[in-house]
Design a protein around this ligand. Structure first.
Ligand SMILES: NC(=O)c1ccc[n+]([C@@H]2O[C@H](COP(=O)([O-])OP(=O)(O)OC[C@H]3O[C@@H](n4cnc5c(N)ncnc54)[C@H](O)[C@@H]3O)[C@@H](O)[C@H]2O)c1
Length: 457
C-alpha cells in the first residue's frame, strides 16, 4: 500500500530538485551613493536625521526592509534565511550622502524642527550634521501647489531653464560630494491634479512642451526629466503624475534608468492593503469603507487645497477596486461605498489620526462592522520607505534594470505599471514579488510555497 503523505513527512523531506536561474551580473555597491531629495520637509528630514542617528548607533532602523528584513532561500529544511542586506549587494548606510532642493531656504536642522516629527532633543543631537544640508533653490510655480508661497526658487519661469539648472545642480553635487552614483526621490509637496495630455505621449512632444512652457509640465516632471537625463534612478513619493507618463518612461528605458512611484504607502492605505486581501481571502463581503483623516503638518495644509486633494484622493481610492475585484465578485464587492476625507487640523502636526469604518458582511449576508483608529506618525512610516527605495533603486541600476520597477510596488499607494497591466495593490503579493525579484537577481529559485515535494516519493 502506498505511504500516506504523513508517513512521507515523518521519513523526512527529500532533497529538492532545484532549477536555479543564472545570477544577474551586478556592479559593486562600493563608493558614495548620493541621495537627492526634491522637497526637504517632514519626510525628507525624518529620513536624513534617522539615517544619521542609526549611523551613530543612537537608534534602530525599524520599518526598513533593507535594514531589518530577512529572506528565505531554498526549501524549508535548508534553513537559509539571510538578512536581505547580506543577501543582495546594497550600499551601506555609511556610504550615503544627502542633497536636496526646497522652495524654502531652511537647512535640514531648521526644517526638521519646523516639521516637529522628531523630538527636539534628538534633532539638537544631530544639529552639526543636519545644518550642513542646505537646500538648493527649487523649480517652482505656485499654480501647481496653491498653498505654498515659495521664496527660495530658481529665478526663471522657463521650464527649459529649470531643467538645465537642475541637471547642472545634479552634476555639481555629484562632483562636490565625490559621489559614485546618485538616486533621486521626490519628497516635495503634492501638486494639483493633472491628467496625461498629448505633451506626455512621446519624448519629442515632452521636450517641445518644455520649450513652450506648456501648462501640462509641473515642476515634479521637470525634476524627473532632469534625473533621467542625468542617468539617475527616480522615485516619486507623492501622487503627482511626475514620471508616470509614456514620454518619461520611454526616456528612462532609452537611458537605462530605473523608475518607481507613486505616493508612499503609509498610514491608512497601508492598513487597507493589509485588511482588504484578508476579507477577500475569506470571501467576506464589503458594503462600505469610510476613511477620514486629520493632520496638521505642511502636507495637510497643501492637501487642504481641493486640487492637490484631488490628486491624493485618486491615489487613495484606487486601492480597494484593484484588490477586491468587484467585476469578478459582484455579489461581495459590486456595490461598495468608498469615501476618503482628509482634514487639515493644525494641533495634530505630523501625528495624523486616521479613522476607518468598514461595513462588512458574512454568512447569509449578516452585517458586521470594524472600526480602526490609527494614531500614526506619517513621516515615521514614510522615512524607512525612502531609505529602502534609495538602496533598491541603486541596486536596480547596478543590475542593469531600467524603466518601471514594478517589484517595488510594495512601497506605493498607486504603483506604476507597464502598459496593458493593472497595478498590484495586495501587500502580500507585493512582498512576494519583491523577494522573488531579489531571488531571481541572485540566481536563487523562486519560492512558490507549494511544498508538495515533501510529501511525494
Ligand atoms: N508622510 C507620509 O506618510 C506621506 C505618505 C505618502 C506621500 N507623502 C507625500 O510626500 C510628500 C512630502 O511629504 P511631507 O510630509 O514631507 O510634506 P512637507 O510639506 O513637510 O514637505 C514637502 C516639501 O516640499 C517642498 N516643495 C514643494 N514644492 C517643491 C518644489 N517644486 N521643489 C522643491 N521643493 C518643493 C515644500 O516646501 C516642503 O518643504 C508630499 O507630497 C506627501 O503627500 C507623504
Amino acid at each position: 500500500m502506498d505511504a500516506t503523505p504523513n508517513e512521507h513527512a515523518r521519513k523526512g523531506p527529500r532533497p529538492l530538485e532545484q532549477v536555479r536561474p543564472e545570477p544577474t551580473p551586478i556592479a559593486s555597491p562600493g563608493g558614495r551613493l548620493g541621495v537627492l531629495l526634491p522637497g526637504l520637509g517632514a519626510v525628507a528630514t525624518t529620513f536624513i536625521a534617522g539615517v544619521e542617528a542609526v549611523r551613530r548607533g543612537l537608534a534602530r532602523p525599524f520599518g526598513s526592509l533593507t535594514q531589518m528584513g530577512t529572506i528565505r532561500l531554498g526549501g524549508r529544511p535548508e534553513r537559509r534565511v539571510p538578512r536581505i542586506g547580506e543577501f543582495v549587494p546594497l550600499a551601506g548606510l555609511d556610504q550615503l550622502v544627502f542633497g536636496a532642493w526646497d522652495v524654502f531656504a531652511d537647512d535640514a536642522y531648521e526644517s526638521a524642527l519646523n516639521a516637529g516629527v522628531l523630538e527636539r532633543g534628538q534633532v539638537e543631537g544631530l544639529r552639526d550634521f543636519l545644518q550642513q544640508i542646505e537646500p538648493m533653490p527649487g523649480a517652482f510655480d505656485q499654480r501647481y501647489v496653491k498653498k505654498l508661497h515659495g521664496t527660495h526658487v530658481i529665478e526663471s519661469r522657463s521650464k527649459r531653464e529649470w531643467a538645465d539648472r537642475l541637471i547642472a545642480d545634479i552634476a555639481r553635487f555629484r562632483e562636490e560630494k565625490a559621489c559614485d552614483r546618485l538616486v533621486m526621490v521626490w519628497c516635495g509637496s503634492t501638486e494639483v491634479f493633472l491628467r496625461p495630455t498629448d505633451a506626455h505621449q512621446s519624448i519629442e512632444a515632452f521636450e517641445k512642451a518644455l520649450d513652450d512652457d506648456d501648462e501640462s509640465i509641473p515642476p515634479s516632471m521637470v525634476y524627473a526629466y532632469a534625473a533621467i537625463k542625468s542617468g539617475i534612478p527616480y522615485a516619486n513619493g507623492a501622487p503627482n503624475l511626475s514620471a508616470d507618463v509614456p514620454a518619461l518612461m520611454q526616456l528612462a528605458e532609452d537611458n537605462g534608468v530605473p523608475l518607481a512611484g507613486k505616493d508612499f504607502k503609509t498610514g491608512q492605505t497601508l492598513m487597507k492593503t493589509i485588511l482588504a486581501p484578508g476579507f477577500k481571502a475569506r470571501m467576506l463581503g464589503v458594503r462600505g469603507w469610510y476613511s477620514t483623516n486629520i493632520l496638521g503638518n505642511r502636507d495637510g495644509e497643501v492637501l487642504d487645497d481641493p486640487e492637490s486633494f484631488k490628486t491624493k484622493e485618486e491615489s487613495k481610492l484606487g486601492v480597494l477596486d484593484y484588490i477586491l475585484q468587484p467585476e469578478v465578485y459582484p455579489e461581495l464587492y459590486g456595490d461598495i461605498s468608498h469615501v476618503v476625507r482628509i482634514n487639515y487640523y493644525p494641533p495634530r502636526g505630523d501625528n495624523k489620526e486616521g479613522w476607518d469604518n468598514i461595513d462588512i458582511f458574512g454568512w447569509l449576508g449578516y452585517p458586521m462592522q470594524i472600526k480602526i483608529d490609527f494614531l500614526c506618525r506619517d513621516s515615521i512610516l514614510a522615512a524607512p520607505i525612502v531609505l529602502d527605495l534609495a538602496l533598491f533603486l541603486d541596486l536596480a541600476a547596478r543590475a542593469g534594470m531600467d524603466g518601471i520597477q514594478e517589484w517595488l510596488s510594495f512601497y506605493w499607494k498607486s504603483p506604476m505599471h507597464g502598459r496593458g497591466l493593472y497595478p498590484e495593490h495586495d501587500l502580500f503579493i507585493q512582498l512576494m514579488k519583491l523577494k522573488n525579484t531579489l531571488r531571481h537577481l541572485m540566481g536563487e529559485e523562486q519560492i512558490t510555497h507549494l511544498g508538495i515535494e515533501y510529501y511525494t516519493e
